[in-house]
Every structure is written in structure tokens, then in C-alpha cells.
Write a protein that binds this ligand. Structure first.
Ligand code: MYR
Length: 288
């Protein structure tokens, strides 16, 4: 008897910032968030690249962002239902955007396909790692529920730490979760930030960028000390050279780890500001 495999489509949103060629190679579908300058709405990655964004932001009024409309999710899921049995839809943390909730709501509005929304509880290329791993498993016909369970397993190992040049962007967008008085005291320093329970909170107060990077490297060192296989990404907001220097340093220290360079695109860049830098990582699970 011929065994038929479940066909699962992988969807993620633009804030995973997976380069287009990689998305196309792994057949990952992307739903864009928007960046808005006055009356002009741009779908990030489709209408505006990260480098264009950091140019525009210098001359235009401060942008805002918005999640994809429900109709866009429904349209995509309906289109996928013609070819697939299931969809895994992987999104930025539900604590900082309504995008994941949009996927949940839309999942109840489409027929003929089972939609599994996944809250990455993080963003940027660490979210991208989930999408890429899921796409590799889906390409082998692994059942959607098994993929979801493996993504949850990966979640226990995913970390990201980042720093911003100017905390006012995060404060303006209301995406920094901490007592106002503490935020006030942070404005004088460059705090190291991270995600806790889906929201962004200060991790430690650190006075210089160099010390913050050193601290991130130490935190990474602690996680990889047990010798497990990891993938890691250095993420920058228009600081490519600095990111490359940082990567070279890390490659020399951890020759067995796969390091890539990612970016904070238009939507995340709106909330963090130019010059932000961060690093994220995740364990690699054994091949199925
Ligand atoms: C929306 O309008 O729904 C999008 C809101 C995005 C908020 C982004 C806040 C900063 C996230 C930093 C992620 C760093 C990951 C390494």
C-alpha cells in the first residue's frame, strides 16, 4: 500500500526576517506587517527593505507599525487549503503584537485546512529558526502535530538578548514592560533587554555597549557549555560591519556553532531604533 504523507505548509510573518531566497528555498510563506509613515503604508520586506527604512526614517516623521489584517490571513490560508492538509503559522511574540492573535482568529474562519498558530514568544531570526526547522520537517512529511511538539521543545532553548542606543523608541511604542520609575532610571544607561513571559523586560543595567556584548557572549557560553549543537544569530539595526566583527569573534571562540547575521527590519526597527544590536540562539534538535 502506498503511504500518503500529510502536507503541511509553513507560514511566518515578516518580522522573522528570513532572507527571500531562503524562504523560497524552503517554501515558507510570509505574511507582512506594516510600517506607516504619516499616510504612507508599507508592507515590510515587500515594499521596503531594512536599508531603505533606515534611510527614510532620517528624513520622515516617526513611523508606527501595524499587524496584518485578518482578511490577509484568511486569504492566505484559503489559498493554501487548495494544496495542503495543514498550516503551521509561526509569529512574533503575542506579548508585543496582535499578529499571533490574528492567526488564531483567522484559523477559525477557514475550512478544509487545519491551522496551527504558534506563538514564538520572541521575534526576528530566532523566530526564523523555528520557521526554518518546521519547514525542514514538513518537507519530510512529518505530521503537523509532531512538528508543533518539537517547536515547543525548541522553545525551552531559545534565547535573545539585545541592546538599544536610545530607549525612547521602545518607550514611545509601549513595548517595554517595566515599572515607569525603573524605565526612567534606565534612560541613563544602555540596559540589556530580553523576553520574559512573552514581553520585553530589562535583563541587567550595563553601562557600555562593549560590556553588554561581552555579557551576551558569556550568557551564550553558559548555554553551549554542555556541548549540545546550537545555531545562533547576531542581529543589527543598520550596523552590518559591527555585526560581522562580532560574528568573527564568536566563530573563533565557538568553531562548532553555526552563526548567521540577521537584521532588525522596518517594523522591529521602528520600536528599537537604529544602532540596536542583539544576539539570539536555539538548540538544534536531532534529525527526525
Ligand atoms: C505591531 O504593530 O503589531 C508590531 C509591534 C512590534 C513590536 C516590536 C518590539 C521590539 C521587539 C524586539 C525583538 C528583538 C528580538 C531579538
Amino acid at each position: 500500500m502506498v503511504k500518503t504523507y500529510m502536507k503541511t505548509a509553513i507560514v511566518t510573518d515578516s518580522t522573522a526576517y528570513i532572507p527571500k531566497e531562503l524562504r523560497e528555498h524552503w517554501n515558507i510563506h510570509m505574511i507582512p506587517l506594516n510600517v506607516i509613515f504619516g499616510n504612507e503604508v508599507y508592507q515590510e520586506e515587500n515594499d521596503i527593505t531594512w536599508s531603505q527604512f533606515y534611510e527614510e526614517v532620517r528624513t520622515k516623521e516617526l513611523p508606527t507599525t501595524s499587524q496584518p489584517p485578518i482578511g490577509q490571513f484568511v486569504e492566505l490560508f484559503e489559498q493554501l487549503s487548495k494544496e495542503y492538509d495543514a498550516v503551521i503559522s509561526i509569529h512574533l511574540s503575542s506579548g508585543i503584537s496582535g499578529t499571533y492573535q490574528g492567526a488564531v482568529t483567522s484559523s477559525t474562519m477557514v475550512e478544509g485546512i487545519k491551522v496551527y498558530p504558534f506563538d514564538s514568544e520572541i521575534s526576528c531570526m530566532v523566530q526564523g529558526f523555528y520557521a526554518l526547522e518546521a519547514a525542514k520537517w514538513a518537507s519530510k512529511g512529518v505530521d503537523a502535530e509532531v512538528i508543533m511538539a518539537r517547536l515547543e521543545e525548541l522553545k525551552k532553548t531559545a534565547r535573545a538578548y539585545f541592546m538599544v542606543d536610545d530607549l525612547s523608541h521602545l518607550q514611545r511604542g509601549g513595548r517595554l514592560s517595566s515599572a515607569q520609575a525603573f524605565i526612567g532610571s534606565l534612560l541613563q544607561v544602555k540596559p540589556l533587554l530580553h523576553f520574559e513571559n512573552k514581553v520585553i523586560v530589562p535583563f541587567e543595567k550595563i553601562r557600555t555597549r562593549k560590556k553588554a556584548m561581552k555579557r551576551i557572549m558569556d550568557l551564550f557560553g553558559e548555554d553551549v557549555a554542555n556541548g549540545a549543537a546550537y545555531q545562533a544569530v547576531i542581529i543589527h539595526a543598520n550596523r552590518e560591519e559591527e555585526a560581522e566583527e562580532w560574528r568573527n569573534e564568536l566563530v573563533a571562540m565557538y568553531p562548532n556553532v553555526e552563526f548567521s547575521i540577521g537584521y532588525f527590519g522596518a517594523v522591529i526597527g521602528t520600536h528599537l531604533g537604529e544602532g540596536s544590536m542583539g544576539m539570539g540562539w536555539m538548540k538544534k534538535l536531532d534529525v527526525i
